[in-house]
Design a protein around this ligand. Structure first.
Ligand code: GUN
Ligand code: ZN
Length: 447
């Protein structure tokens, strides 16, 4: 690996700005919530191991390398709990719903990742794009090719990033060049787990693409891997699109529901991340809550592919953790703000209101907790690794004018979430190291 988890010695840094993170989970639709910790014009101290040393109002002594971002918003780095590395090439593809979209655009793009050079360049470009959007940790789908997972692990280690991924399992209903078989897939998983899992900030996820592209035998193999090592993650898709749900019912006539296909194989557990979860019933919600598995809500994807409107408050009420995800390339942006804004619109269409607190918590501390990683990332708690982003409150005259009249804290943060995107990002730090800095040609005063 090219870089150790705790670098020997970094400069002790102190970042000055308006610090916002979460001490706890906000209640649904509570604007005057005790959960957000807003500390305007404070200093965030980062020690020589790249960990948060503390937060204070007064300037630290001279031995700290001070970076003055007064008037800027400083947040924990975003955690994208569901995104596809090879699908940057098909983002914004016209005119299809899920199953046609997979066959028309996605599978052809994923085939190219059999080539190690394509996989390596693609992984590096993808992770650098995440960092340039303020995302410092992610749960990622590569492709069926072992080399695509290797490339992602190596590129994440080189950047010091928290990354959860694993080779995609697909042994049916996929074109030539995108299918594996149970025995070879198991060998590849075992080898990748051995080489990458729990090393540095990397973790392996048993990655079932979705029920239709795995035989029952492959699903059983995936479940056996999870049972053999309780520290492994699992990622898949569930109940995204109505035609997909119908197809799963045909393929698995004995299953009670789509979710049950996974439940029967032991694939639901506290480190399971299931994207979408739109077309679930009350029993499914109870099964999810009982298992500790989380739903990676992918709002821009759900709107773009016309998949449906996820019942976020219903999942919460059932006790299911919901984290925020871009699902690029079904999703239309790696920007978590754009995705959270789409999540707000989805709830608006359902007659609900998504607060900025619930939304931003789901992209930071809430995601870290759902992944069991809150001691490592997601907040400014002392001892966590300093995955931190510095944002401009306003880019351009429209946003500027809006902030001039905003009074309440929630009003201000909600306007930021609604009006901002990656252009607002000034700098990204991963474990205390600067990994992205906005080019000088882009400035906050741009019209
Ligand atoms: N279901 C199975 N594969 C995919 C995928 O790549 N994207 C989305 N959005 N849904 C899927
Ligand atoms: Zn997806």
């Amino acid at each position: 690996m090219s870089q150790p988890l705790t670098p020997a010695r970094l400069p002790r840094r102190a970042l000055r700005g308006d610090l916002l993170d979460f001490a706890s989970a906000p209640a649904w639709a509570e604007l005057d919530s005790p959960a957000p910790r807003f500390r305007p014009d404070h200093w965030l101290l980062i020690d020589e191991q790249g960990r948060i040393a503390g937060v204070q109002a007064e300037a630290p002594e001279e031995s700290w390398q001070r970076e003055d971002h007064s008037g800027r918003l400083i947040l924990p780095g975003f955690i994208d709990t569901h995104v596809h590395c090879p699908q940057l090439d098909v983002i914004a593809s016209y005119g299809t719903e899920l199953l046609d979209w997979l066959h028309t655009y996605t599978f052809p793009a994923e085939r190219r990742y059999a080539d190690p050079a394509v996989a390596r360049v693609g992984a590096e470009r993808f992770l650098d794009a995440l960092l340039a959007h303020g995302t410092t940790a992610a749960v990622v789908f590569p492709t069926v090719h072992k080399v695509s997972a290797e490339a992602l692990f190596e590129a994440a280690a080189a950047r010091g990033m928290r990354l959860i991924t694993g080779k995609v399992l697909m042994d049916r209903h996929a074109p030539d060049g995108l299918r594996d078989d149970v025995a070879q897939a198991e060998r590849d998983c075992v080898d990748l787990i051995h080489r990458f899992h729990a090393r540095e900030r990397l973790a392996y996820a048993v990655t079932v693409r979705f029920a239709p592209t795995s035989t029952p035998e492959q699903l059983a193999m995936a479940g056996a891997l999870c049972r053999a090592d309780a520290s492994l993650f699992m990622q898949t898709h569930v109940a995204e699109n109505r035609s997909e749900v119908d197809w799963v019912a045909q393929l698995f006539p004995d299953a009670r529901s789509y979710l049950d296909v996974y439940a029967r194989e032991g694939l639901l557990h506290p480190r399971a991340v299931l994207a979408h979860g739109i077309w679930l019933d009350e029993t499914d919600r109870g099964v999810l809550a009982e298992s500790g598995a989380q739903i990676a809500h992918s709002p821009s994807s759900n709107l773009f592919l016309g998949s449906g409107l996820m019942d976020w408050p219903g999942l919460r009420a059932a006790g299911v953790a919901v984290s925020a995800a871009s699902d690029v390339g079904g999703g239309t942006s790696l920007s978590m703000q754009r995705n959270l804004l789409d999540a707000y619109k989805i709830q608006a269409l359902r007659g609900e209101r998504l607060s900025a607190w619930v939304a931003l918590h789901a992209a930071t501390r809430g995601a870290a907790e759902a992944l069991g990683l809150a001691r490592e990332l997601g907040s400014f708690d002392a001892g966590t690794l300093a995955d931190v982003c510095v944002w401009d409150w306003a880019m351009g005259s429209v946003a500027q004018a809006r902030f001039e009249v905003a009074r309440e804290l929630h009003e201000r943060v909600f306007a930021w979430m609604t009006l901002s995107d990656e252009r607002n990002l000034a700098a990204t730090f991963v474990a205390g190291e600067a990994r992205y800095c906005r080019p000088a040609t882009m400035t906050a005063s741009a019209p």
